[in-house]
Design a protein around this ligand. Structure first.
Ligand SMILES: Nc1nc2c(ncn2[C@@H]2O[C@H](COP(=O)(O)OP(=O)(O)OP(=O)(O)O)[C@@H](O)[C@H]2O)c(=O)[nH]1
Length: 466
């Protein structure tokens, strides 16, 4: 996962401080040296790393920090605040035009994820009640127009194209069409190149001059580290961008780009791409990202993810079933379907405070969910809705049918039994109880047998979280 190595190394540096009790100036400087090395290894720009640790040292040494009862925690707090401010401090939003349509020009190098994020952004804005139109201004790469049409259709937003016409003309026509048809946002998917070259920049500058976009968002690939930051610097110098979309944060990027972009370019990261699906886009929150880097989890994003990606009606239906204790294997199957929509399990779990650290170096095989679903699919309808009728011969048949072991089948049956017991206990709190409200806040995860997943996957299954 992103930032894994960095989180680990920062954790080690702080652990040494915590073991010390009272801190001396030397202790803080020593820790900051480790922090600086960790940042450099995460591919953070050299000057950014140096300025960062100088700032933290300045704040931590002297003042009240070292006299406080918990100096190590104070240092972590300062690092948290400075990381947040390094990434921009406040959340950066789209600046919408007072008179629609708002024009957003997307740019970036080839393969950075520009086309995918054009559609992701459109889908996100559509969910917020806007009516976006996409414009196919990449007329050079074969199939670029088709790719935009495909993702546009998936996102449920119209795509305007004029084939291989002049990109400025396409952009202008798209804006005209948006006015005629009531689209309040136009997103221009411009051409990418393998490297920054004069022809590309001239074309982008030309589009900018002619259509005066409200936003120029540069899409960069976080996996390319400092290269991505250099690309951002060059684009900004030539185009004066308004923000950055940092993609592929779901991969094992070391994090350097996320931490350096704002400091190097002065432009904020507005969105982060976290997967290949169209829902895998997040508003970039510097404070939450800092929490994640420091291994403190990110529950707010987890809840938003659940709300955005899961089917609210199904979640409500499921909550009702749990409350009335009618939760069976059919529901468990559905619940896993919902969880799958939220992306890789490791990503979900890493946002839970305290769990991130436990996941370091642990491989979580997402096929575990498919295996459990295979077991459920091998049951008869009666077995699915009446788990208590299971007997050894049924279990043997289910194991053979799903290709899983008897132990796994047994574990799953035990889990549903435990879940039902847990639900019975929870419902004792009454209909309007606090517990019930809490479960509704996180649809679909309420009854997820997280602590049992460890048993499902065999040797490389994930550890139980209790
Ligand atoms: N894992 C992951 N993959 C992504 C993300 N964003 C895009 N991709 C993948 O990256 C690849 C390139 O994305 P595109 O959107 O085609 O890239 P592009 O920048 O439009 O490329 P050109 O049209 O050639 O300029 C595709 O396979 C996408 O599925 C992300 O946030 N995470």
């Amino acid at each position: 996962m992103a930032f894994e190595g960095l989180a680990d190394k920062l954790g080690n540096a702080f652990k040494k401080l915590k073991n010390k009790g009272k801190l001396s100036e030397k202790d803080v400087k020593e820790a900051m040296r480790e922090v600086r090395l960790a940042l450099l290894e995460a591919d953070v720009n050299y000057k950014v790393a140096k300025d960062f640790t100088n700032k933290v040292t300045e704040r931590a040494v002297g003042q009240d920090v070292m006299q406080s009862l918990t100096p190590a925690q104070m240092v972590v707090k300062i690092v948290d605040e400075e990381l947040t401010s390094l990434m921009g401090g406040e959340d950066a939003r789209i600046e919408f035009a007072s008179k629609p349509p708002t024009v957003i020009m997307m740019c970036g190098l080839q393969g950075s994820g520009k086309t995918t994020h054009t559609a992701k952004l459109a889908k996100m804005l559509k969910k917020q009640g806007r009516s976006p139109l996409l414009a196919a201004c990449d007329v050079y790469r074969p199939a670029a127009i088709d790719q935009l049409k495909v993702v546009g259709e998936k996102a449920g937003v119209p795509v305007f194209e004029m084939g291989k016409a002049n990109p400025v003309k396409i952009a202008k026509e798209a804006i005209k069409r948006a006015k005629d048809y009531g689209n309040d946002v136009v997103i221009l998917d411009t051409a990418g190149r393998l490297h920054i070259d004069e022809a590309l920049m001239d074309e982008l500058k030309n589009i900018k001059k002619e259509v005066e976009p409200n936003e120029i968002l540069l899409v960069i690939d976080s996996m390319t580290g400092q290269d991505a930051v250099n690309v951002a610097k060059s684009f900004n110098e030539l185009l004066d961008i308004t923000g950055v979309i940092l993609t592929k944060l779901d991969g094992d990027t070391r994090g350097g780009a996320a931490l350096s972009v704002k400091a190097v370019t002065g432009r904020p990261i507005k969105f982060a791409g976290t997967g290949e699906k169209l829902d895998d886009i997040e508003v970039f929150h510097p404070d939450r990202m800092a929490s994640r880097i420091l291994g403190m989890g990110d529950v707010l994003t987890l809840i938003e993810d659940a709300q955005n990606k899961m089917d609210a009606e199904k979640a409500e239906e499921m909550a009702q079933k749990m409350m009335s204790n009618k939760f069976d294997f059919n529901d468990l199957y559905d619940q896993f379907e919902q969880v799958k929509k939220m992306g890789p399990l490791k990503g979900i779990l890493s946002k839970i405070p305290g769990v991130g650290k436990q996941l370091e170096g642990v491989d979580i095989d997402d096929r575990q969910i498919d295996w459990v679903q295979a077991i459920i699919l091998s049951m008869t309808p009666e077995e699915r809705s009446h788990p208590h009728i299971m007997n050894p011969s049924r279990k043997r048949r289910i194991a053979a049918g799903s290709g899983r072991s008897i132990e796994e089948v047994n574990r799953l049956i035990k889990q549903i039994d435990q879940m039902q017991k847990m639900m019975r206990q929870m419902t004792k709190g009454g209909k309007g109880s606090k517990k019930r409200r809490k479960m509704k806040g996180l649809p679909g995860l309420g009854g997820m047998p997280m602590n049992g997943m460890g048993g499902m996957g065999g040797p490389d299954g994930m550890p139980p979280f209790k």
